[in-house]
Write a protein that binds this ligand. Sequence first.
Ligand code: FE2
Length: 190
Amino acid sequence: MGQVEWARDLARKVLERPLPRRWEHTQGVGRRAEQLAPILGKDAEILAASAWLHDIGYAPDLIDVGFHPIDGGRYLRDVHGADELLCRLVAHHTCAEIEADERGLLDILQGEFPKERGDLVEALTFCDMTTSPDGVPLTVVDRLAEIRSRYGPDDAVTWSINQAEPHILRAVQSVEAKLALSDVRLGCPA
Ligand SMILES: [Fe+2]
């Protein structure tokens, strides 16, 4: 079984029943990542696998520190002996460092999962931040607004997303520029 098929099966097994909406979102993010293959070359597979697994740390059975990027990365590393880069991508998706710092978990995140391959972290952020909670493509502006309204103004997630916004926008613009150069269209709404 290839890495992407393995990741898809594992995500389904862990998320589908306890968190059906998170599974819907995951499917959208995974499909989007698979569409980035033309701009990723040899990294296409690991990026797609990380997209299928990026939110696995939300699964109730996996919760450890209570911050899903770390919990997901630990689960993949400790239970499945997953590829180190895959674990790092999951642990750092969508500006996780900012929220980890807010939650007092930055030392753990950086200590266990050194950040590398900024280009792939950026691609994963693009996929997550242009996919709705139901797995439908949407603009990054709508996605940011959706997160703020879902969590409310006083939540740590909203605070973190506000801090992360410039980085998220830069990541999305960077991937969109690469897609345009390669003439790849993903069907993202204008
Ligand atoms: Fe996500």
